[in-house]
Design a protein around this ligand. Structure first.
Ligand SMILES: C[S@@+](CC[C@H](N)C(=O)[O-])C[C@H]1O[C@@H](n2cnc3c(N)ncnc32)[C@H](O)[C@@H]1O
Length: 438
């Protein structure tokens, strides 16, 4: 799997957050926090056997609590559930857990067969007999279809007890997976309700976190695995990591021991670890996402390079200057539809343009900025090469060199994918940027 992110955890899986859900969870006690500080959380209300109920509402994609909720169980048919879900009525499951999973799969099949999906498939630029549809339209239809799919599938809800246990027949013990995604149990929170789809994603993320992703650029097994946490961009695409592992390091001065590097938006910490393994003794890694910060700490410690890398939770740059400032921003300028998509979509190119705008102020003399960027946005009609080069120039930067790599992920060769034409043409580049002479 991975996926979004970017893995399963979130697997930057080329924007396809597909997940595998079938591993039973090991029983591991969840740590319990009894502090009462809690940001405001929405609640969901429903009536069951004539009694009104309320519980905390948890939605990873930030969806509001559904206003209409009915109770569903093993007698609920897929057609009835699909009809309810499409009209915005949520189904709170009280039956067998495995049956709920099958119901979800049945709903997914129905969503994927809708006329809109067929229309999207027709828009594929690979259809020789279909009129050419601009890729930007294909992309927008694809995103709309993904959003609709998420809305419908997000209507199958599960009840969680205060300790994240699920009191349903044949339900797995997913308390650890929930704690990894939602944070430790806060006993005063009480019961909660969340989409089953979220739980399956959390279980999948837990498995990926346990197993880890092998990163060849980190050296020989077994000490070359990155363990992505839930919601953190996963380095399942090795080509961009390999570029960072092989690009020539800038000269830092009399001694390469003086070379300081910044890794902006470190995610799992993978690129900082690669730089540390290349012998750089001082790397400062930043991220603004607390999940990424915790994940990077854990990975760098486990890889034995934490003494070489400082991890800071800041917006873009740490204070000071470095001979090498590296950034792998989200590659597509589009609005994320959920918080876990923030590592994939960069609305208004905020991170890309913020990195470029601040780069010269954070480079030492003769220092280099390394920008990792795929040209998928160009193939999708979301950005032109001329706009990218103009952004470099506007930031006072010149191109010192560029290294390219062809993605080898499965989506690149999947001709049934709506975005196949763009993905098949995609190139990932490491742009070496320097300050323009003044
Ligand atoms: C595409 S991911 C790259 C992660 C990692 N560097 C890698 O290559 O696998 C982009 C990362 O940038 C982080 N990010 C986004 N905006 C940021 C900002 N303004 N400041 C710092 N980090 C940011 C995201 O949280 C995410 O972890």
């Amino acid at each position: 799997m991975p996926n979004a992110s970017h893995a399963p955890p979130i697997c930057y899986n080329v924007f396809d957050f597909s997940q595998t859900f079938n591993q039973p969870m090991p029983h591991t006690p969840t740590s319990v926090v009894t502090n009462h500080a809690r940001p405001h959380m929405p609640t969901i209300h429903w009536t069951e056997s004539g009694v009104n109920h309320t519980a905390l509402w948890r939605s990873e994609r930030g969806a509001p609590p559904p206003k209409r909720v009915v109770i569903a169980d093993d007698t609920t048919t897929a057609d009835a559930a699909y009809h309810l879900a499409c009209e915005g009525t949520a189904l709170l499951w009280r039956g067998d857990f495995h049956n709920a999973r099958q119901l979800l799969q049945a709903l997914a099949r129905r969503v994927d067969k809708t006329p809109q999906r067929k229309k999207r498939a027709k828009g594929k630029a690979t259809d020789a007999d279909a009129p050419a549809v601009p890729m930007a339209n294909v992309f927008n239809l694809h995103r709309q279809a993904q959003a609709q799919r998420a809305r419908v599938l997000g209507m199958v809800l599960l009840p969680f007890e205060a300790d994240y246990g699920i009191a349903l027949r044949r339900a797995p013990d997913a308390r650890l997976a929930c704690a990894e995604a939602w944070g430790p149990v806060i006993t005063t929170d009480g019961a909660s309700v969340a989409p089953m789809r979220d739980l399956l994603g959390m279980i999948s993320a837990h498995e990926w976190r346990k197993k880890g992703v092998e990163v060849a650029a980190l050296g020989a097994a077994p000490n070359n695995r990155i363990h992505p946490h839930y919601g953190v961009f996963s380095p399942i695409r090795g080509e961009y990591v390999a570029l960072v592992a092989t690009a020539p390091l800038p000269q830092a001065g009399p001694s390469q021991k003086d070379l300081v590097a910044f890794d902006i938006g470190t995610g799992t910490g993978v690129l900082s670890a690669v730089l540390a393994r290349r012998g750089i003794t001082k790397v400062v890694a930043t991220d603004q996402d607390p999940r990424a910060i915790a994940c990077a700490h854990a990975n760098l410690t486990q890889l034995g390079v934490s003494a070489q890398v400082e991890v800071l939770q800041v917006d873009l740059f740490p204070p000071g200057r470095a001979s090498l400032v590296l950034c792998n921003p989200p590659w597509l300028p589009a609005r994320p539809s959920s918080p876990i998509e923030f590592a994939v979509y960069d609305e208004g190119s905020r991170m890309l343009l913020g990195f470029l705008a601040g780069l010269t102020d954070h480079l030492t003399r003769h220092g280099e900025g390394w920008l990792i960027l795929s040209d998928l946005a160009e193939h999708l009609g979301l950005r032109t090469r001329a706009e990218l080069l103009a952004a470099f120039a506007a930031a006072g930067l010149v191109v010192l060199g560029r290294m390219d790599a062809k993605p080898v992920h499965a989506k690149a060769t999947d001709s049934t994918d709506a975005l196949h034409a763009a993905r098949a043409a995609e190139i990932t580049s490491l742009w070496r940027l320097g300050a323009a002479a003044t």
